[in-house]
Ligand binder design. Structure first.
Ligand code: HEC
Length: 450
């Protein structure tokens, strides 16, 4: 599966990249095989596997949550064990599509399963899924009250709460999109410290995603946030100011997913924590949509493929804090690269198993967030496959153009970018170098970390 996904992407990328992807594919399998040979023996559900499912899966796979089956009890997990293995080996679950073999790997809120845990699940399934001693079973997780703000531990109650307008979700039916526009009540421009989106408690099983943007005088004024279950929220880096504009409204884009449970007057909430009024931040962070192909239209022929690219440069040095690719069902892969003014290219991030079901913002850890000097460029590349090789393609016989419907395509990415100056750039580089040296120092002289 892992390989066949790469193969469908490979059909439409250049031969060079093809070779690269195939190499990574087999390298990965070899790594997994290496771990199976006896390294994990005597694994049981109660002792080893339940803990992995608690830490990585049950937030969505429990009664009342969005996953199709609860992965809490042995009998159920045993029944679905082969599917569980397939989903973790292909990196489809937990749902976070981001290549492991290339680019920046230190990400904030990274839910990806470790190769070690994947190897354990495989070894356990191959050993016939033994239950083990019931006394080894870890205590059930005390899930945080979903009615509470998860960031309240850190920051207290939010300064501003904006609620979507009430909406009735039927028990059975098609997906729904709900797009109300609601005033924020923010009168003076302020800097945002953190953002969290929270569905209602009964609604958390059907709120598939909830995105929000600021709007001022009817015009979009920047993305506010993106939510999918399991996501903590967004915290703006220490040195930056993400502006909450004066006299703004929140434009919601909520995707409800009827799952047998009727909801009346459902509301999704967004909590915004603000810096004090006099905080300015050293630099501005913007969350902006970056187009590929200059936003110009394109057509993908029936059974055809297409690649689009976008190039972006900046007037000041910048730090890229996060990247969120966007496309629909014909998109199969997207990458973010930097073209240095020296002519060298660097791969920052790649998603080669895109799924339009999930939209994630990949947030780089502070010390590895890519830095661009003036003259460097971002290159965004998207690959589309309108053939039957694309398992998400609803109809390979159609021409596909750019547009809003899921049946149309899109070609852009959201990037949070902090706009620096020469001095800020120098300071960030010095701080990173200093931290690196002190980390190396602390692991001396015997090479062990304290
Ligand atoms: C953020 C929520 C979320 C998390 C975390 C999550 N899942 Fe899922 N899972 C879903 C949803 C929603 C579906 C159904 C839609 C889909 O397949 O994408 C699903 C589908 C599945 C399926 C059924 C796939 C099929 O069609 O046969 C399996 C098996 C599965 N998940 C296993 C896991 C395992 C194992 C983990 C942890 C390692 C996990 N999931 C983590 C939300 C989640």
């Amino acid at each position: 599966m892992h390989r066949s996904i790469h193969r469908s992407v490979a059909q439409i990328v250049s031969a060079g990249l093809l070779a690269l992807l195939v190499t990574f594919g087999t390298g990965h399998e070899r790594a997994l095989e290496g771990q199976q040979g006896g390294e994990y023996s005597d694994l049981t559900f109660t002792k080893d596997i339940a803990r992995i499912l608690q830490d990585n899966c049950q937030v969505c796979h429990q009664d009342g949550a969005i996953g199709p089956m609860p992965l809490t009890e042995y009998d159920v997990v045993r029944r679905y064990a082969r599917r569980v293995l397939r989903m973790v080996e292909t990196h489809e679950m937990p749902p976070y599509h981001y290549d492991r073999d290339v680019g920046v790997q230190d990400l904030k809120y990274d839910p990806r399963l470790s190769d070690e845990d994947i190897g354990k699940i495989r070894a356990w399934v191959e050993a016939g899924m033994p239950e083990g001693n019931p006394d080894d079973m870890p205590a059930p997780v005390d899930w945080p009250d979903p009615a509470e703000w998860r960031l309240a531990d850190r920051y207290g109650e939010p300064d501003i709460v904006v609620r979507s307008e009430p909406y009735d979700v039927p028990a059975i039916g098609q997906d729904r999109w709900w797009k109300p526009v609601v005033p924020t009540g923010i009168e003076e421009e302020r800097c945002i410290l953190a953002i969290e989106t929270k569905p209602s408690v009964p609604g958390r099983g059907v709120t598939h995603h909830a995105n929000s943007s600021f709007r001022v005088n009817g015009e979009t004024a920047g993305r506010l946030s993106e939510y999918a279950l399991g996501k903590l929220g967004e915290i703006v880096p220490e040195d930056a100011c993400r502006v909450a504009p004066a006299n703004s409204e929140v434009a919601w884009d909520i995707h409800y997913w009827p799952n047998g449970q009727q909801l009346t007057d459902d509301q999704v909430e967004i909590g915004i924590w603000l810096h004090p009024e006099d905080y300015e931040g050293d630099y501005q962070q913007t969350l902006t949509l970056y187009m590929l192909r200059g936003g110009k239209g394109y057509d993908i022929a029936p059974h055809g493929t297409l690649m689009t690219q976008g190039f972006h440069s900046f007037d000041t040095p910048v730090r890229v804090d996060s990247w969120q690719p966007h496309g629909h069902t014909r998109l199969v892969a997207m990458s973010l690269q930097i073209l240095r003014k020296s002519g060298r290219t660097e791969m920052v991030s790649m998603v080669s198993n895109w799924s339009a079901l999930w939209h994630h913002s990949h947030i780089y850890e502070d010390d590895v967030a890519p830095l661009l000097e003036v003259g460097d460029q971002l290159i965004l590349t998207a690959w589309y496959d309108n053939s039957e090789n694309n398992r998400y393609n609803p109809d390979p016989d159609q021409w596909v153009g750019i547009g809003d419907r899921t049946a149309d395509e899109m070609s852009h990415a959201w990037l949070a970018v902090t706009h620096l100056d020469e001095e800020g750039m120098r300071k960030i580089k010095e701080d990173r170098a200093a931290r690196l040296i002190s980390e190396q120092g602390s692991s001396q002289p015997d090479g062990s970390h304290q």
